[in-house]
Write a protein that binds this ligand. Structure first.
Ligand code: ZN
Length: 282
């Protein structure tokens, strides 16, 4: 496998709009990118520039770039019933509409955080929220559920939970997964030495065919630390050997693999993308 068969890219800013974000990704040598469809700190609905979004989609088609959108941080699928949940649902539908117009594969949403006494209530809320969204959404962009590190709640850390939640929804075919390598290590699912076990489990559970995106991050903290701190490639607890083992997994071909590692400025992942391409060609 060569670097060119993988769609490696990075998170980019939409400061200059969606088309500009795609151009920034291309300029950095990326073959994919991720963006926040709107302000990442707010669930307020955005009335977006459809023409700019469609220009982004056309540019990506012409340049064979793949993109994914990331829901704002306050998006919590396991949120309490009532008004807050309505806000989350409206926001996700807005994100999906933007992702669709931009021609993106899907919208990344974290598994969900529930801190009440009965974890089962958290899972029920996640399924219910997803069902309300799926009922109102008929676009092409998928909902891509991301595995969690366990920092905010010890849930969404296993492949069993991800595949089970998906299959319990009303339209599983419109839900896929995003694998975050930092979260996978921090949660203990991957300890840095058991990758084959993770691969086998993913096959048993039907996880891999639904994998639609990767967040490629090293981890500042070790396995079972449950801490979500992204490190630059090769400078964390996963390291070069671990990341290469992940990148050589055949199921990663043809899907966006996006860096969310620290940079001095958004849209400056150029060197890290080049480093990865170099590793893959050695
Ligand atoms: Zn991530």
């Amino acid at each position: 496998m060569t670097a060119m068969s993988l769609h490696i890219g990075s998170h980019v800013s939409i400061r200059g709009g969606y088309l500009e974000a795609a151009k920034t990704a291309e300029r950095m040598g990326g073959r994919s990118f991720q963006y926040f469809p709107k302000n990442p700190r707010s669930l307020a609905v955005k009335s977006f520039d459809r023409r700019d979004a469609e220009a982004c989609a056309a540019y990506c088609r012409d340049n064979r770039l793949l993109s994914i959108a990331h829901a704002p941080y306050p998006t919590n699928l396991a949120t309490d019933d009532g008004e807050k949940r309505e806000t989350v649902i409206r926001s996700i539908l807005n994100d999906l509409a933007i992702a669709d117009a931009c021609g993106s594969v899907g919208l990344i949403v974290h598994f969900g955080v529930y801190k009440g006494p009965d974890p089962l209530q958290g899972y029920i809320r996640i399924v219910n929220t997803l069902n309300v969204v799926l009922h109102q959404w008929d676009g092409n962009a998928m909902i891509l559920i991301e595995n969690q590190s366990g920092e905010h709640a010890r849930m969404g850390m296993t492949l069993e939970e991800l595949t089970q939640i998906r299959s319990l929804t009303a339209a599983p075919e419109r839900i896929g997964f995003c694998l975050d390598s930092c979260h996978m290590l921090a949660s203990g699912l991957w300890d840095g030495h058991n990758w084959q076990e993770v691969v086998d489990k993913g096959h048993q559970l039907g996880y891999w065919p639904q994998l639609k995106a990767v967040h490629l991050n090293d981890s500042v903290y070790p396995t079972r630390s449950f801490k979500d701190r992204h490190a630059n490639i090769g400078q964390g607890e996963i390291g070069r050997a671990g990341l290469l083992e992940l990148l050589h997994t055949p199921m990663l071909q043809g899907i966006p693999i996006v860096l969310e590692t620290p940079t001095p400025e958004p849209g400056t992942h150029e060197q890290e993308i080049r480093l990865l391409q170099q590793w893959m060609s050695e």
